[in-house]
Design a protein around this ligand. Structure first.
Ligand code: SAH
Ligand code: SF4
Ligand code: F3S
Length: 469
């Protein structure tokens, strides 16, 4: 059984029924004396990473063991993203490469899920052009994967049905990637319909898990050694657990649990960034002083066209409150460049708001038209060269601001969770403390998963170097 495999205490009846199919799959493997392996390829955001951990949980329940090598797998699940064209292209290209594996191993089962195939046209494309894919499952139907795998094992017809179900599906088992860092989904879906965005169409309407189920999961995580918990939702701060439990109250309740851990939350919509949430961050020691509050554009005209439901003045007012309440806060943002009709003046508004807020970090994207969204039909789509040129100016400005913001951490001592071995240097570890930049430091691997006290020796644009004290 996988190391961080967690079974939930609260289980919906439909989920329980489908876990029965998982048992049936496991039975088949047992009878065949097989020890089959699963491989999951994940694209997209943290929501998808969390969903993939649930898919992994179901694979374990079906008797599969994890492999990191697709060539070794008996079951490959691809969890796709649709937020930009590039994400879809990457997924289709990977699925294309799996044909060779299927040619060599005809018993291999390939299933594709997630946001891309929650669009009918994409599910159809897979059905027609990728005959070696056994099934697709949309974001609301991941719990049905054991039934789909059972069907594939029994040689039933391929399945490409959209379920249009947007429930919560409490009780899926989870196979977590890490013991010390954990995603905790608290709500699903989005009601905002920003005019450029596909997410509301592929993730359904907003629905919040009960506070009880979330607290239960948080307790399990902490007991299992989790030190860094991120509450997840497309609009995490519009969480509504009923009886007046908003995200601020939920975080107060989680922070009150015993244990040495830190709490984060992602992603917040500015319209729902309440005073109560800011106050929670200011008063709860366990909440990391990082607020990701995507502005998307610094032009009021474009914000209106984007259907973002706030203007720059309202946004800056929230930022001002946040900075007063949490003086050392790190603020980060998402920004779209080249939204239809964006003029040079609109774009200068974006650079201007970046100067005013002084973000620690910005995730910036060139606008990508998404079929079925209002913005894709708008006049005045911006030529790629214009967007790319604007993007390079934006990146240069943000690098300058990041460098200036990073200076405040130089020589500071901070408590850092040793997260993993550094990707660039196997002799170094990497972790995060105050701020949003990864910190690299020399230490024995045995401290991974523990907090260490570091002094920051040097800062560069994208990472810091520290020394254990
Ligand atoms: N729910 C979150 C994140 C949504 S997707 C939020 O509202 O902030 C993550 C980011 O992708 C968005 O913030 C936006 O900046 C970007 N994005 C979404 N749709 C896009 C599109 N069609 N083209 C380019 N970027 C897009
Ligand atoms: Fe997309 Fe807007 Fe919803 Fe974020 S709030 S997921 S950008 S529609
Ligand atoms: Fe992509 Fe779906 Fe997330 S579209 S960004 S994986 S919600």
């Amino acid at each position: 059984m996988a190391e961080n495999y967690i079974k939930s205490k609260i289980i919906d009846s439909e989920v329980a029924q489908h876990l029965g199919f998982a048992d049936a799959v496991a039975d088949i493997h047992r009878k065949n004396g097989a020890s089959p392996k699963y491989f999951i390829q994940t694209f997209g955001c943290q929501q998808n990473e969390a969903d993939s951990e649930r898919l992994g949980g179901m694979c374990v329940a079906m008797g599969y063991e994890k492999t990191l090598t697709p060539e070794e797998a008996d079951l490959i699940l691809v969890n796709t993203c649709a937020v930009r064209e590039h994400a879809e292209k990457k997924a289709l290209s990977i699925i294309g490469q799996y044909k060779h594996i299927k040619d060599r191993n005809p018993a291999l089962i390939i299933g594709v899920g997630g946001c891309m195939v929650t669009q009918e046209a994409r599910a159809d494309k897979l059905k027609k052009s990728y005959p070696y894919v056994s099934f697709t499952f949309d974001t609301g139907a991941a719990y049905k994967v054991p039934r789909l795998v059972l069907g594939a094992l029994r040689g039933e017809k391929r399945s490409f049905i959209l379920s249009d179900e947007w429930k919560i599906n409490e009780g899926l088992p989870i196979s977590r990637e890490s013991g010390h860092m954990a995603w905790l989904s608290i709500m699903y879906g989005c009601n905002n319909f920003c005019s450029y965005c596909i997410v509301p169409y592929v993730r359904g309407r907003e629905r919040s898990r009960s506070a009880e189920a979330i607290i239960e999961e948080a307790k399990q995580l902490i007991a299992g050694g989790a030190k860094d918990i991120t509450l997840l939702g497309q609009n995490v701060n519009s969480y509504n657990g009923g009886d007046g439990v908003d995200i601020a109250e939920l975080m107060h309740r989680i922070c009150a649990l015993d244990g040495d851990f830190r709490l984060r939350f992602m992603t917040s919509h500015p319209k729902d960034a309440s005073d109560r949430l800011i106050e929670a961050m200011a008063t709860e020691e366990k909440i990391v002083k990082h607020f990701h509050l995507p502005i998307q554009s610094g032009s009021d005209r474009i914000l209106k066209e984007m259907n973002r439901k706030y203007d720059t003045a309202a946004y800056l007012e929230k930022i001002a409150k946040l900075k007063v309440a949490v003086p050392d806060v790190s603020i980060t943002s998402d920004i779209i460049v080249g939204f239809p009709g964006e003029t040079e003046e609109d774009f200068l508004g974006t650079l201007d708001i970046m100067e005013k807020v002084r973000y620690d970090m910005v995730f910036s994207f060139i606008y990508s038209p998404r079929n079925g969204t209002p913005a894709a039909k708008m006049d005045c789509q911006i030529p790629h060269e214009v967007s790319a040129e604007r993007m390079s100016r934006l990146l240069a400005l943000q690098d300058k601001i990041s460098n200036e913001r990073n200076e405040r951490f130089l020589c500071r001592t901070m408590r850092v969770l040793a997260e993993d071995v550094s990707k660039n240097d196997p002799n170094m570890l990497t972790g995060r403390g105050d701020g949003v930049r990864p910190i690299h430091f020399a230490a024995d691997r045995s401290v991974i998963g523990q907090f260490v006290d570091l002094k920051i020796k040097s800062v560069s644009t994208y990472s810091f170097e520290g020394e254990i004290i």
